[in-house]
Design a protein around this ligand. Structure first.
Ligand code: FES
Length: 121
């Protein structure tokens, strides 16, 4: 195992990210709700650079009393990252795919020490 310095905490704003490359390892570090989460930049679908995808709040479709869905809405408690290759979505905090919970990103341990972010691979 090795520890890799990502950079100062302030380099990654809330809902921001930093993708680092160290030797042959690419890791995306995200800051969501004040917490840091890191994932290998490799989509379990076909190996796309998932950590470079767009971040969205989870889309929900509220059902009205008449049973119809009139508009989409967003669950602001849940952030998804969307793989840029084929659109698979993963929860940034859990790494789980929304439609197939058995499909997930590979987590990387994060450490914050003295205002610096590190990952351990
Ligand atoms: S490689 Fe990520 S969705 Fe296909």
């Amino acid at each position: 195992m090795r520890t890799i310095r990502v950079g100062p905490v302030d380099d990654i704003p809330e809902r921001g990210r930093k993708v680092i490359v160290d030797k042959e390892t690419e890791i995306g570090v995200f800051r969501i709700d004040g917490e840091f989460h890191a994932w290998h930049n490799l989509c379990p679908h076909q190996g796309g650079p998932v950590c470079q995808g767009r971040l969205y709040y989870k889309v929900i479709e509220p059902v009205a009393a008449d049973g119809k869905v009139r508009a989409m809405a967003y669950d602001e408690a849940t952030t998804h990252i969307v793989c840029p290759w084929h659109g698979y979505e993963y929860n940034v905090k859990t790494g789980k795919n929304h439609g197939h919970p058995a499909l997930g990103l590979r987590r990387v341990q994060v450490q914050v020490q003295n205002g610096e972010v590190y990952v351990i691979v």
